[in-house]
Design a protein around this ligand. Sequence first.
Ligand SMILES: N[C@@H](CCC(=O)N[C@@H](CS)C(=O)NCC(=O)O)C(=O)O
Length: 203
Amino acid sequence: MKLYYSPGSCGLASQIALREADQAFDLIKVDFKTKQTVEGDYYQVTPKGFVPALKLDDGDILTEGAVILQWIADHNPQAGLMPVFGSRERYTALEWLNFVASDLHKNMAVMFSPVVDAGTKARFAEANLVNKFEYIEEKLTGRDYVLGQRFSIADAYLYNVLSWTPRVNLDITGYAAIQQFMARMQARPSVRASLEAEGIAVA
Ligand SMILES: N[C@@H](CCC(=O)N[C@@H](CS)C(=O)NCC(=O)O)C(=O)O
């Protein structure tokens, strides 16, 4: 199995999930600018050109981070990375995955855009991100993870996207529950190993 990633981007959550599931995998780095990997043209792996992509042992390629996360969880039930099929808790986890993918991740992506100026980014964050942080803070208050006491793939994705805030000068240090969540996540061996593998300093 191969996970295509770029350091510090949204493939981190998939790597965390693979480690939580004790799955063997190779990491293949994608250069965003050239869309090249050590294997050659990344567009041959996925015409989307985006990470993450997971190449399965039979050569099949999976894309879309939230879907890759579910594949890892569903194929490694012993790891308990998602609540069981049909349970109400599973739909809560799916709600989080969808929220992180469609609202948080894509709004955060605007903050990295080279075609959006600093003033517009600041106004955009005020209008579209602060309310998300407030929502997350409220939901995490009194909880270890988004589902309560148990870790799930939704936490990996949430941690992944929230970890970008310092890089785009968004200060979320005032959100106590979020800070505790980030520290709790960073204490997990899977997270530390994933950060190290991507060459990101572990605090
Ligand atoms: N819908 C995709 C989006 C993935 C995505 O936005 N990937 C970004 C990194 S976080 C990317 O590959 N960007 C490449 C580029 O901007 O050239 C998913 O959820 O997996």
